[in-house]
Design a protein around this ligand. Structure first.
Ligand SMILES: [Cu+2]
Length: 157
């Protein structure tokens, strides 16, 4: 069978890239020890050991201006859906999913995470400017996806 030289070039290039990628995965796993995080490596909110259950949404003030938010996502809500903090607050979000893949994106900030079932996402952000910061699910999760939203209200002037 005749194969055009250009087609042969792309076949060899594709096969070569697969070998390079397989080598990169094997090297990072076996030599560098990079692994997918397991259950034991997950971030846990400081308050979860107390009266704040890790499988519900809640907001807790750790110290003046420092907050911890346990954010539960499920079809098609965020819990808590509204978060009020004073200006200048540093908020650490712990993101969970009770069912399927969701997203968590706070507009006007750098906060953007995936909510993966069985994993806990963690991000910290300082809200320096007062105002309303809407957050949305940015991963399509079904017919009610467009209803999945909430807001962070930063109070002060
Ligand atoms: Cu969604």
């Amino acid at each position: 069978m005749h194969t055009h030289p250009l087609e042969r070039f792309w076949i060899y290039l594709s096969a070569g890239l697969l070998v390079v990628f397989a080598f990169a995965v094997a090297f990072s796993s076996l030599v560098l020890g990079i692994e997918i995080p397991g259950i034991e490596d997950q971030a846990v909110p400081a308050a979860a050991a107390g009266e704040y259950p890790p499988n519900q949404g809640w907001i807790r003030e750790l110290a003046p201006g420092r907050y911890e938010v346990n954010m539960m996502t499920r079809v098609w809500t965020f819990d808590p859906g509204e978060i009020r903090v004073p200006r200048g607050s540093t908020v650490t979000f712990y993101l969970h999913s009770a069912d399927l893949l969701h997203g968590f994106r706070i507009q006007g900030t750098t906060v953007s995470l995936m909510a993966i079932p069985g994993q806990v996402g963690k991000v910290t952000y300082t809200f320096t400017t007062p105002g309303e910061y809407p957050f949305v699910c940015h991963e399509y999760c079904g017919v009610g996806h467009h209803l999945m939203s909430g807001r962070v209200i930063v109070e002060g002037n």
